[in-house]
Each structure stands twice: as C-alpha cells, then as structure tokens.
Design a protein around this ligand. Structure first.
Ligand SMILES: Cc1cc2nc3c(=O)[nH]c(=O)nc-3n(C[C@H](O)[C@H](O)[C@H](O)COP(=O)(O)OP(=O)(O)OC[C@H]3O[C@@H](n4cnc5c(N)ncnc54)[C@H](O)[C@@H]3O)c2cc1C
Length: 475
C-alpha cells in the first residue's frame, strides 16, 4: 500500500503538534483487524488534537492528492478503515478529539467530539439522570464518529432506533478543509435538506465527523430481562406483539439466542447455563422503564406460555444476573466462541423485514446444509428489528478444505436469499470494503447513481475513504 512521501509527512508535522503523527510500529498498532483476517500494512496515522488540526490535515491532503481514511475506535467489522491499495493515503484518527463538550439535561442532549467512546457518552448521560440509548458490545472502544459513520445499531434499536435516530446535529470537515458546523439541537426543523443524514452511515466517504449533538432519552432505572425458551422461530413475531401488549413501549431488547451457543458459552467462558429446555432457540427480552417491570414481565411470560410460544423461562433476579445475561449475548460471536476458525467463516449482518426472519433463517440453514454440510450454521441477534447475524464456519481443521471450496457458492446463495426477501447485507456494520461488491442488487441502479452524484459533489477528488461503500465507484 503506497504511503505518503516523507516530505508530505514532514509538512503535516509542521502543521500539527508533535504528538499528532504516528509511523512505524506505533502506527501499525492502530490497524489491527477486529476479525483477525487482514494483515497489517505500513501506514501513517495522523491524530490532530482539534477540529482546526483536522481541517489543516484535510486541506494539506487535498492539495497533495493524498487520500484520507477516517478512523475512530477501529472496531468496525466491514473493513471501512482499510487503506486504498492504489494511491497514497493517511489514516486520520479522531482519537484525540475526545472531549465531551457539554451535557445539557434540560435540552436532552450531549455534545461530544467524535473520538469520545459510546460508553463515555452513556455514563455522562446517566450521571444527569438521562440515557443515551445506542448500545453494543464494542461500546468501550467504538466512538461517536464511528457509530455515526456506520449508523451503528445494537441491542436497543427495537425501541430507540439506530444512531441515525439518536443524532441531532453534526460538525464535519469537508473535502476542501472547510468546517461545517451543523450542530443544532432542534427537535423540529423543516428548513430544507437534512444534510447530517448524508454523513450518518456515510462511512467517512464525504468528510470527517468531528463533533455531534446526541439525543438523550429518559433514564430507565428498572431494567430486567427474561430468557425464554421458545417453540420455534415462528413464535418470534407473535411474542414481540405479546410483549408490546403486556409491556407497551417497555421492550428495549429482543434478541435471538441459539441453544447450542449456550453450551459453548459455558465451555469457553464458564457462563452458567440459565435454561435447558431442549428447544433450538431462546429469546432474550429486556424490559426497561422508570417503574418496576416485574408485573409486566410476568404478564408477558404467562401470555407467551398460554399461547404455546414459550416452554420455559428464567427472569434475572439480581443486577449480576441481569448483567451476565447480556454478557452472554455480547459474547455469542464466533470471535469469542470459535477463535481458531472464526476468520475463515461468513458472519452476516443481514436484515430482512421483521415478518421474514423465520423464513430467512430457514432458507439460509437449508442452503448451508446443502452447500456446506460440514460447516456450523447458527443465527443470533437483534430479531426485534429484523437484523439477524447468521454465522457459517468450519469448526475443525478437517472441515476447512471443503468449507473453503463451498464458500463462494454459499456467499452467492446468501445474496440471492437476502435480496429475494427484500433485505440488506448491511444492517448496522456498514458496507466498507467487505460488502461493496455484493451490495449492488439491493438497490435500484438509479439509487446508487444518486449516491455517486452526492459523492462527486461533496468530494470531487475522491479524497475521503476511496473505494468504500459505493459499488462501481468509477461508473
Ligand atoms: C465485539 C464487537 C461487537 C459489535 N457489535 C455491534 C453491534 O451490535 N451493532 C453495531 O452496529 N456494530 C457493532 N460492532 C461494530 C462496530 O463497533 C461499529 O461499526 C462502530 O460503529 C464502529 O465504530 P469505530 O469508532 O470503531 O469506527 P471505526 O471502526 O474506526 O470506523 C468505522 C467506519 O467509520 C468511518 N469513521 C470512523 N470515524 C469517523 C469519523 N469521525 N468521521 C468520518 N468517518 C469515520 C471509518 O472510515 C469506517 O468507514 C461491533 C464490533 C465489535 C468488535
């Protein structure tokens, strides 16, 4: 991968403070692949201390024709921070833009720089009796800027939506180095195009997000979850509906947990098996409210059992049990459970219309059994919002060779199934490089062309994160 010339790096040094530039091993440390698949390449990391430094860096890159790959916590799973192979580029890290600028409970907002972690925002909100709703496993490292740029989701989406629904305004540095301050805190604003939405989910292709106004919601001091063994996947949507009837507005998590993964969680992490009902799936449901939720949970479970959807259930009785249930959920990925072989597998971030979840799992499982019979296939995740992570991977050395031979056909079958059900390959992790060449059929060509027009208008020299997100960027 071409790195910028020494002269250019010296020029950046002259513009920024002496902690801003990392090269060699220090820089390499910033490029670890969370999936453990890609090897590290030499890189120049630029870490400006403030928005003025970001603007100066962008202007210098624009003048020299050096591409810019923005980076937050580097927890993204779609290779969005991978450097282009065909032109010099820098990794522009926002890690030093790490200040919470203001906490405004009366406005129900927090304004924070892009490098602040999601967990730090959650804690700041909680300290003033409010809540920042987006939440996912990488909360301690993933940043505001990364979450915005991938339109991240997580386990609270069923009630509060993705990042897109929790961002009120942003500040961004544009391709010519100008700073756009769009950090408004207006609940209503019909003054034209809402440009922040181009940057939310924009994966760093239109500019560098440097700060944002984030929306807060009422705190939910009472949060209790139940893990219920269900008869089958067809129970999911009726159960979600029963949940909304018995706990209106209180469901803040609705996750699918496969039974076989619970055995593995016990084996690998020693997490106790909470339930052993012999069904293929459980559903993990969290109720969150300003009032105790015990009666609502009891009503929901009773109705679920009476309707024949639930065969057994446990309810977290202590804060520790509640936390452990969600650790179990966070750790259910092959990256924890099958560390040795996970890098060879397919890990889907698919979403389908919520009434198609059961059909989707059935079709993918059937295609996997047919195409890659020796591979493990399981699904988990955010079924309450239609986002299910199916995993297909070899789990022994003998299974590797047949799996690698079957993998391209499996990928094709996945695409066919997802698009056939009007779904997406990229529900919350972004398209990045990983899905760029597969995502095309999801949208009409006209829609991609509109996206290319926007990209060309805001970034005519294709400076920002070239080669990511948009299929056939040269078209
Ligand atoms: C264990 C684990 C669990 C996860 N669980 C979930 C989950 O449940 N839901 C979910 O949605 N995601 C999940 N993720 C994925 C990941 O955490 C999110 O995609 C997150 O939003 C990435 O944030 P980041 O700061 O690490 O961004 P990075 O990985 O650094 O970057 C991601 C993308 O955003 C761009 N970018 C980053 N910062 C900026 C900026 N300031 N301006 C412009 N562009 C920028 C990058 O160029 C890249 O394209 C998980 C990841 C891990 C490792």
């Amino acid at each position: 991968m071409p790195v910028p010339t020494d002269a250019f790096v010296d020029h950046l040094r002259s513009l920024l403070d002496d902690r801003a530039i990392l090269t060699g091993t220090d820089a390499l440390d910033r490029t670890a692949d969370p999936r453990g698949v890609l090897s590290r390449e030499p890189v120049v990391v630029v870490r400006p201390a403030d928005v003025v430094g970001v603007a100066a860096t962008v202007a210098a890159c624009a003048e020299a024709g050096v591409a810019i790959v923005p980076q937050g916590g580097n927890t993204g799973l779609s290779y969005g921070t991978h450097l282009p192979a065909d032109r010099p580029a820098i990794l522009l890290s926002v890690s030093r833009l790490n200040r919470i600028e203001s906490v405004d409970p009366d406005r129900w907002t927090i304004t924070a720089q892009a490098g602040v972690s999601i967990q730090a925002i959650q804690e700041a909100a909680s300290s003033v009796g409010r809540k920042f709703a987006p939440d996912w496993g990488a909360r301690g490292t993933a940043t505001v800027g990364g979450g915005i740029s991938t339109d991240a989701g997580g386990t609270n989406v069923v009630r509060y939506g993705n990042m897109r629904d929790n961002v009120m305004g942003i500040e961004a540095v544009l391709a010519d180095g100008r700073v756009w301050d769009g950090r408004r805190s207006l609940r209503k604003d019909s003054s034209g195009y809402d440009l922040k939405h181009l940057f939310i989910g924009g994966e760093g292709t239109l500019g560098v997000v440097t700060s944002a106004v984030l929306k807060l919601v009422p705190a939910t001091p009472y949060e209790t979850s139940t893990l219920a063994a269900i008869t089958g996947l067809d129970d999911l949507m009726p159960l979600l509906e029963l949940g909304e009837q018995h706990a209106p507005g209180a469901i803040s998590g609705f996750e699918l947990i496969p039974d076989m993964a619970m055995d593995r969680l016990t084996e690998v992490l020693g997490i106790p098996r909470f339930i052993d009902a012999g069904t293929e799936y459980c559903v993990l449901v969290r109720l969150a409210s300003s009032e105790p939720v015990d009666d609502m949970i009891a009503g929901f479970l009773k109705a679920g059992v009476e309707a024949g959807h639930i065969v057994d259930a446990v309810v977290a009785g202590t804060a520790d049990q509640e936390a452990t249930l969600w650790v179990m959920r966070d750790e259910i990925t092959p990256m924890t459970l099958w560390t040795e072989h996970q890098h060879l597998g397919l890990k889907l971030d698919t979403a389908v219309p919520i009434d198609q979840i059961a059909e989707f799992v059935r079709q993918i499982s059937a295609r996997s059994a047919e195409i890659a019979p020796g591979a493990l296939c399981y699904g988990f995740g955010h079924v309450g919002d239609g986002n299910i992570h199916m995993m297909i991977l070899p789990t022994s050395d003998e299974a590797i060779e047949p799996w690698l031979a079957a993998k391209p056909a499996m990928e094709a079958a996945i695409d066919e199934t997802v698009f056939g059900l009007h779904g997406t390959l990229s529900a919350e992790h972004g398209v990045g490089l990983l899905l760029r060449d597969r995502i095309g059929p999801q949208k009409q060509e006209l829609e991609w062309e509109m996206m290319r027009c926007i990209k060309r208008a805001l970034d005519p020299e294709n400076l920002f994160n070239p080669g990511k997100l948009i299929p056939d960027p040269e078209v």
